[in-house]
Design a protein around this ligand. Structure first.
Ligand code: NAD
Length: 413
């Protein structure tokens, strides 16, 4: 079953009227949930069996696209929900791709480099008949990175006996990967804010910002915002949080992370006030950016949030119960399917370049990412005003509307 949160949000779209109920019901189900068992040989010589899943939520728009997650707690349900969410994202952006997600319940960070390589090659062999550049294109997600994509591409090409650069995205740049300067996800999130800044009421000269989760995306968005005159007054990682009302120098935070430091215990060095990881979530600020994990803003803390705008960079950072509370409290939520869509846009460009057999041009991809995000943000805002629904419901409604149009053209609705 998919996550209740997505179902609740789809119910709100249904409540707006005008949507095809049969289609809505049909998209709640995934096209395929593939389960495979693979054997991983550890460096010790011991062999472990791992059951993993790949969900292809929908081929309605085109081949499926989605991350591969190596995490001990990943589950079949999570994979299913995240694949669905990707379909909503690609539909909102109007991309010719459907949503997928893969999960391997293993702690990637606990494996040696050789073990990770063997795992990726075993994974590719196990899913060889399911993936492909016109079928299902994996990308990195939690616990996976460019290295893993390089191994998957290599194994796939060896098995197929031909070059297939676009069988995965998120590859190292030497293998045709697209590395945007600011990070695609953060760039997309910042672009949405630029487009909607006045409308969201972020009109302060120096809006104050709290970033929860200072990893790849959190660090990049903090850097982009600071360069544009926002004041970063709170940050956190899984070890702790830091507050500094006069604002952090983001380069100091990035340098600390680069050196592998955790925020816990860095308060003196950065002349900040330290606390528990969650302590800053409910602090006063203009903009709150959850960039850590899902379900961080939930029924029990949504009433205490003091930000006026939330940019949801982590998937599902706000639970469905919480978004009802936020709407009542007039807190503007820029939902994940719009806020973090920059990542799939970069993947799309990398895939297109591989398909066409030419190098991916960073400037062209950045310009296209900006244009597509601008268009989606404009349309979402317009729908939000016209239909008098939250920005989140507007984004879901636009995604469903597009899926419906495509289904009709195919004679399926
Ligand atoms: P990451 O692993 O680089 O960073 C996650 C950060 O969150 C780390 O600093 C970690 O310490 C911190 N964290 C974990 N638990 C925390 C807690 N309870 N409180 C505060 N901080 C906590 O991951 P990332 O690639 O930056 O991704 C962040 C989120 O954005 C994820 O939810 C991911 O699914 C989502 N996302 C990422 C991308 C991408 O391009 N990387 C694209 C779309 C969505």
């Amino acid at each position: 079953m998919i996550d209740d949160g997505i179902l609740k949000r789809l119910d709100r779209v249904q409540g707006m009227g005008g949507s095809d109920d049969d289609l809505l019901d049909s998209i709640k189900a995934s096209d395929a949930l593939i389960e495979r068992r693979l054997t991983l040989r550890l460096d010790s010589g011991k062999r472990v069996q791992v059951t993993c899943w790949r969900c292809q939520h929908s081929h309605l728009l085109g081949p499926c696209k989605g991350g591969l997650r190596f995490h001990p707690e990943v589950s079949e349900e999570e994979v299913r929900s995240l694949a669905f969410k990707m379909t909503l994202k690609t539909a909102l952006l109007g991309l010719p791709l459907g949503g997928a997600k893969g999960g391997v319940p293993i702690d990637g960070s606990a494996l040696s480099v050789h073990e990770r390589e063997r795992l990726c090659r075993a994974w590719t062999r196990a899913f060889i008949s399911d993936i492909g550049p016109n079928k299902d294109i994996p990308a990195p997600d939690v616990g996976c990175g460019p290295e893993e994509m390089a191994w998957i591409r290599d194994e796939y090409e060896q098995l197929m006996g031909k070059s297939v650069p676009h069988v995965v995205t998120g590859k190292p740049s030497a293998l045709g990967g697209l590395n945007l300067r600011d990070g695609a996800t953060a760039r997309g999130g910042k672009r949405v804010l630029d487009k909607l800044r006045d409308k969201l009421g972020l009109t302060q000269e120096e809006p104050t910002v709290i970033v929860q989760g200072f990893g790849k995306v959190g660090g990049q968005i903090a850097s982009l915002l600071a360069k544009d005159g926002y004041r970063i007054i709170g940050v956190s990682d899984s070890s702790g949080s830091l507050r500094k009302p006069e604002g952090f120098n983001v380069d100091d935070l990035l340098a600390a992370k680069e050196q592998g430091k955790s925020f816990s215990g860095l308060d003196n060095e950065l002349e900040a006030e330290g606390g528990e990881p969650d302590a800053i979530l409910t602090d006063e600020c203009d903009l709150l950016v959850p960039a850590a994990l899902g379900e961080q803003i939930h029924q029990d803390n949504a009433d205490d949030i003091k930000a006026s705008v939330i940019l949801e960079l982590a998937n599902d950072a706000v639970s469905a119960d919480a978004d009802e509370i936020l709407v009542k409290r007039d807190i503007r939520l820029v939902p994940d399917i719009l806020a973090n869509a920059g990542g799939v846009l970069a993947s799309y460009h990398e895939w297109l370049a591989g398909k066409a057999g030419h190098e991916v041009v960073v400037e062209t991809a950045e310009k296209s990412l900006d244009d597509i995000i601008d268009r989606a943000a404009d349309r979402a805002w317009h729908m939000h005003k016209r239909a008098e629904v939250s920005l989140q419901t507007a984004c879901y409604a636009l995604a469903v509307e597009h899926l419906q149009q495509v289904a009709r053209c195919r004679g399926l609705a």
